[in-house]
Each structure stands twice: as C-alpha cells, then as structure tokens.
Design a binder for this molecule. Structure first.
Ligand code: CA2
Length: 152
C-alpha cells in the first residue's frame, strides 16, 4: 500500500513569509516544506511537495497523484474559489483529500467563503496557520492506517 502523499500549493504561496505576515505569518514555504517532511517521517509517509502559480501544473500533479499517491493535501490558494478544473481533477482521485487554508477564510471577504475544492475534500482546515499542513498530514496518516482507499 502506497504511503505517498502529495502536498500541493497554489498561486502566490511562494511569497509566504515575504509579504503580508499579518495574514499568513512569518514562515516561508521552504520552512513549511521542512516541517511537513519532518512530520511525514514521524508518520511513515513519503512526500511530494509542490507549488505553482499555474493552474495546469496543479492539475498535472493531481493526475500524477492518481497513479501513485495515497492522499493529497492541497492549499489551492485563490484557485480554491475559482477553479472547476481543479475540482474536476480532484474528483478523479480515490484517496483522502485534505484542503488546507492558512488563514480563516470565513473571517475574510465574502468571495473567500465559497470553495469548489471543499465539495470534494474529505476534510478542511482553515485558520490554523501553517500548522494546518501538519494536522492534515496527521489526518491522512490516520485515514490510511484505518484503511482508507488509496493507491496500490
Ligand atoms: O489562507 C489561505 O491559505 C489561502 O488559501 C491563501 C490564498 C487566498 O487566496 C485564499 O483565499 C486563502 C492566497 C495565497 C497568497 O499567499 C501569499 C502569501 C504571502 C504573501 C502574499 C500572498
């Protein structure tokens, strides 16, 4: 059984820790990746960690994950609120999908309150800062340990 998890990050998250720290905190995406890798090792998960500003790249990684991965943790960033294409791709994935938002999107502008991705996600974490990624990995590991459908 695969224990591979894709951690996917959408547009502008490459700026994490470099702009708007009052909303997204001081940690960079490289810090988040390092923390995810450490937590994954404890949970006996293997990670692929990616970020892109291009919708099609995120879709291609989801297609790749269909073939190999047991779970997906995704912060689709602004594509959360706009992308039927990412929703359609995620709908083809059989394992757990955990949607993560660093900020509490429900406390922010109304256009951030709707998520296409939430309509397919197994679970959603918002407003826990970058700790949300680690909690999502913990949840994926638990679901896989309990025999959630995944790849292989
Ligand atoms: O809270 C989240 O994680 C979001 O997914 C972040 C997105 C936003 O569009 C969503 O509504 C909520 C924005 C990511 C932009 O990241 C930046 C990080 C630092 C500086 C500027 C942008």
């Amino acid at each position: 059984m695969s224990r591979l998890v894709y951690v996917l990050n959408g547009p502008n998250l490459n700026l994490l820790g470099k702009r708007q720290p009052h909303i997204y905190g001081h940690e960079t995406l490289a810090d988040v990746e390092e923390a995810c890798r450490a937590r994954a090792a404890e949970l006996d998960l293997t990670l692929r960690f990616h970020q892109s500003n291009r919708e099609y790249e995120i879709i291609d990684w989801i297609h790749e994950a269909r073939e190999t991965a047991a779970g997906i943790v995704i912060n689709p960033a602004a594509f959360t609120h706009t992308s039927v294409a990412i929703l359609d791709a995620l709908n083809t994935f059989e394992g757990p999908i955990l949607e993560v938002h660093i900020s509490n999107v429900h406390k922010r502008e109304a256009f951030r309150h709707h998520s296409y991705v939430s309509t397919v996600a197994t679970g959603v974490i918002a407003g826990f800062g970058t700790q949300g990624y680690l909690l999502a990995l913990q949840r994926v590991a638990r679901l896989l340990n309990e025999g959630a459908p995944g790849h292989g």
